[in-house]
Design a protein around this ligand. Structure first.
Ligand code: FMN
Length: 307
């Protein structure tokens, strides 16, 4: 005899999700590319590729590399620009799919202008600020690596939008708890973490960096325990909800993030190996919850026992 139907819905930063699985920015295009592989309504929603004010072509190749347990990338934020996203990409997304737009810029004012252009656009459920951009005036350090720069950025973006505002944090910091508190203090509705870990690979034939950009961002299974640790620490530092990201490829991976305190998760690099990965992660979470006597997936959130 089967038990009561499982309730998979969660609320993340004021966004109602039918299940806690989103896809990560930069690994799921603008959603339309994946519509042929699955009904987008089978996942909680998706985060689109980071958008800038003007279109960008990104870095020169090589800009992607496979590593033993993941991927190194230095795409350089190639994107169609905010206006083309609104006029050409969003209208092609079926109704009923929560879309979160990722926002990126080189100065707070630029972020704010992108936020303004996205606010009030039908179909958009929220904004995710990609704070991993090098701040030019501060000599290349990322917004997300300096608490003062991060506070300025979140304050300016908060003033530019009424949409739920999620700040995506860089893992390339000493204290993720401090960065999480800064965002909460400036009015962020939620956090997403982690972005890629700064990394280097060398080509022994050419004795040059394997990526044209020299440094890249490491993602995939290699970073999962690091991401899990950071979600655990951030969840204890703030009361706003957290979306866990980093190496999630199965329902069981995702359940660990929920137990550590995440309200939702994002699937990134796994989409490259399996375009149906996010749907399978959602199914895997449901199977774990049902198999362990939970009636609501939300009851897994923060259920980690540490003593
Ligand atoms: C090819 C590639 C492109 C990415 N582009 C973006 C981006 O535009 N904006 C962003 O916030 N994160 C970007 N990311 C980071 C992912 O969204 C995610 O935070 C990171 O890859 C860790 O998750 P994963 O291990 O599941 O991939 C990108 C990652 C990859 C692999």
């Amino acid at each position: 005899m089967s038990g009561p139907a499982l309730d998979a819905a969660v609320d993340f930063a004021g966004i109602a999700l039918r299940n806690p699985v989103l896809t990560a920015s930069g690994t799921f295009g603008y959603g339309t590319e994946f519509a042929q592989f699955m009904d987008l309504r089978a996942i909680g929603g998706f985060v689109a590729k980071s958008l800038t004010l003007e279109p960008r072509t990104g870095n020169l190749p090589h800009r992607i590399l496979e590593t033993p347990a993941g991927m190194l990338n230095a795409i350089g934020l190639e994107n169609v620009g905010v206006d083309a996203f609104v006029s050409k990409k969003l209208p092609r997304i079926p109704d009923g799919v929560p879309v979160i737009a990722s926002v990126f810029g080189t100065a707070p004012d630029e972020y704010a202008e992108v936020c303004k252009r996205l606010t009030g656009v039908p179909k958009l459920a929220g904004l995710e600020l990609n704070a991993s951009c090098p701040h030019v005036k501060a000599g290349g350090i990322e917004f997300g690596q300096n608490p003062e720069l991060l506070a300025d950025l979140v304050r300016v973006a908060r003033g530019a939008t009424t949409l739920p505002l999620i700040v995506k944090l860089s893992p390339n910091v000493t204290s993720i708890a401090e960065m999480a508190r800064v965002c909460e203090g400036e009015g962020a509705d939620g956090l997403a973490l982690i972005n890629t870990l700064q990394a280097l690979e060398i080509d022994l034939q050419t004795r040059r960096p394997a990526l044209r950009n020299v440094l890249g961002g490491l993602s995939g299974p290699a970073i999962r325990p690091v991401a899990l640790r950071m979600v655990f620490q951030a969840a204890r530092a703030v009361t706003i909800p957290i979306c866990g990201i980093g190496g999630i490829a199965t329902g069981e991976d995702a359940v660990k993030f929920l137990l550590a305190g995440a309200h939702a998760v994002q699937v990134g690099t796994a989409n490259y190996a399996n375009p149906m990965a996010a749907r399978e992660v959602a199914e895997g979470i449901a199977a774990y919850a049902a198999g362990h006597g939970f009636e609501r997936v939300a009851d897994l959130i923060g259920a980690l026992e540490t003593d």
